[in-house]
Design a protein around this ligand. Structure first.
Ligand code: GDP
Ligand code: MN
Length: 377
C-alpha cells in the first residue's frame, strides 16, 4: 500500500528521522488565522503520484498572504487524475545539496537493495539512464547488518559531501531500520537534503508490506485515510480484480501472473499501464463487458490491451465474450487482442468473422503490447 507523503513522515517521527516541522491541512479554514510554523513555508499537495513539483503541486510561501493564496490554488488541483484534498505545509529548508536514497527488495537477488545518488531532487529514472555511474547500488541480505563501514563505503562511492558523513550515516541507519522493522516494501527519500539545519528527509515515498498488517496497528489507520479510486469501487461491485494505475494503456488479462507480466511488457515497449485487471478463468461476455465498462470510466485510458492465455479458460469462449460485448458498439479506444492457448485458433476465427474497425489482433504478447502503446500515443 502506497502512503501519502505525510504518512511516511509520521513514520519518520517514529524512527527518529529528521524532517521539517509541518502541519496537515484538510480544510483551508485551518490556516485562515495563523499557523505555528515559521516562514518561508512550502505548500505541498498530498497525492499518491510523483512529479508534484513539476505539476504545480509544490509552492513556497513567504508570508501568510501567499500561504493562503497558494493553498487555495493547490487544494482541489488535478494532478495526473488525482484530486488534491489534503495539503502538507512545512517549514521550508534552505537546501545546500540534494541527494537520493531508496530501500527496496530486489526479488531476483533475494536481497534488500539500497540505491544512493548525489543527484537528488530530480527524476531518478533519468539519472539512472543518463548517468548510471551516479546511482550507487548496494545489495544486503535480510540477516546482514548495515554497518557504519558499509554506509561509509557507499557514501564515498556516491561522492556525497564528506563533511556530513556522520549525520548522513545516522539518517541512513534509521531509514534502514524503518524499512526493515516498519515492514516497508519501499522507502524512497528524494531529496535527502543537506540544509542549513542539518541533514533532513524532505520528501517521503513509502509503500507498506500489507502482509505485516497484523504487526502494526498504524497500518490500518493509514489504510483508512487512503481514498479508494472510484473505478476500483466500481470494479469491486462487479466482482472484478482491479487496481488503478496511472498510465494510459488499459489492461485486461486472465490470471494474476499473466496480467503482471503484461504490465511489464507494456513498460518495455515504452508505455504505461492504466490498471491491473484480472478477469480470471470465466471470461464470459458479461465479464468482458464489465471489464470494458470499468476501463471506460478512467479518462486516462487511450488504448486497451486484452491478453488471454487459455489454459482452463477457453479462447473461443473469451472471443465470443469479446464479440458480444463489443458488437455494434462505438468503441472509444482501439482494442488490441492477443489470444493464445486452449482453442485459440477457434477464438481467432470468431474474432475474424466479426470484424470491428477498432479491434486489432496480434499474435504475440510483445507485438500486441507494442501496438497498444502505439495506438494509444
Ligand atoms: P516531488 O516533486 O513530488 O518529488 O516533491 P518533493 O517534496 O521532492 O519536492 C520537489 C522539489 O521541491 C525538491 O526536490 C526541492 O527542490 C523543492 N523543495 C521541496 N521542499 C523544499 C524546501 O523545504 N525548501 C526548498 N527550497 N525547496 C524545497
Ligand atoms: Mn521528491
Amino acid at each position: 500500500m502506497d502512503l501519502f507523503e505525510y504518512q511516511g513522515k509520521l513514520l519518520y517521527k517514529e524512527f527518529d528521522i529528521k524532517h521539517p516541522n509541518s502541519k496537515l491541512v484538510k480544510n483551508l479554514i485551518e490556516i485562515q488565522e495563523s499557523v505555528e510554523l515559521s516562514y518561508p513555508i512550502v505548500v505541498k499537495a498530498q497525492v499518491q503520484v510523483g512529479g508534484r513539483g513539476k505539476a504545480g503541486g509544490i509552492k513556497i510561501a513567504n508570508n501568510h498572504e501567499e500561504l493562503i493564496k497558494y493553498s487555495d490554488e493547490i487544494m482541489g488541483m488535478d494532478i495526473k487524475g488525482h484530486i488534491v484534498e489534503i495539503l502538507l505545509i512545512e517549514e521550508a529548508s534552505k537546501i545546500l545539496e540534494e541527494y537520493y536514497i531508496s530501500f527496496t527488495l530486489d526479488r531476483s537477488e533475494k536481497k534488500y537493495l539500497i540505491m544512493l545518488s548525489s543527484k537528488g531532487g530530480m527524476d531518478i529514472e533519468k539519472v539512472a539512464e543518463d548517468n548510471p555511474d551516479d546511482l550507487i547500488k548496494y545489495h544486503i541480505g535480510a540477516s546482514e547488518e548495515l554497518t557504519e563501514d558499509i554506509i561509509h563505503e557507499i557514501i564515498g562511492k556516491a561522492k556525497l559531501n564528506q563533511e556530513y558523513t556522520k549525520s548522513i550515516t545516522d539518517i541512513i541507519q534509521n531509514l534502514f531500520l524503518m524499512f526493515v522493522k516498519g515492514d516497508c516494501d519501499l522507502v524512497e527519500v528524494n531529496p535527502l537534503a543537506i540544509t542549513d539545519a542539518g541533514v533532513m528527509a524532505l520528501d517521503s515515498k513509502v509503500a507498506l508490506d500489507m502482509n505485516a498488517k497484523y504487526k502494526h496497528s498504524y497500518f490500518e489507520d493509514f489504510e483508512k485515510e487512503i481514498p479508494i479510486p472510484e473505478s476500483e469501487k466500481n470494479a469491486k461491485e462487479k466482482g472484478l480484480n482491479f487496481i488503478k494505475l496511472d498510465g494510459s494503456v488499459g489492461i485486461i488479462g486472465n490470471g494474476a501472473g499473466l496480467v503482471m507480466s503484461t504490465l511489464d511488457v507494456v513498460a518495455e515497449n515504452g508505455g504505461n499501464a492504466a490498471n491491473f485487471l484480472d478477469i480470471g478463468g470465466g471470461a464470459k461476455a458479461e465479464t468482458v463487458s464489465a471489464a470494458l465498462e470499468v476501463l471506460e470510466a478512467d479518462k486516462n485510458v487511450k488504448s486497451v490491451l486484452i491478453n488471454i492465455f487459455g489454459g482452463i479458460t477457453r479462447c473461443d469462449l473469451v472471443a465470443e465474450g469479446i464479440v458480444e460485448a463489443t458488437k455494434g458498439k462505438d468503441l472509444i479506444w482501439p482494442i488490441v487482442i492477443r489470444l493464445d492457448g486452449t482453442n485459440s485458433s477457434e477464438g481467432l476465427e470468431i474474432l475474424k468473422n466479426n470484424p470491428n474497425e477498432k479491434i486489432f489482433i496480434e499474435e504475440s504478447m510483445d507485438s500486441a503490447a507494442r501496438l497498444a502503446v502505439e495506438r494509444g500515443a
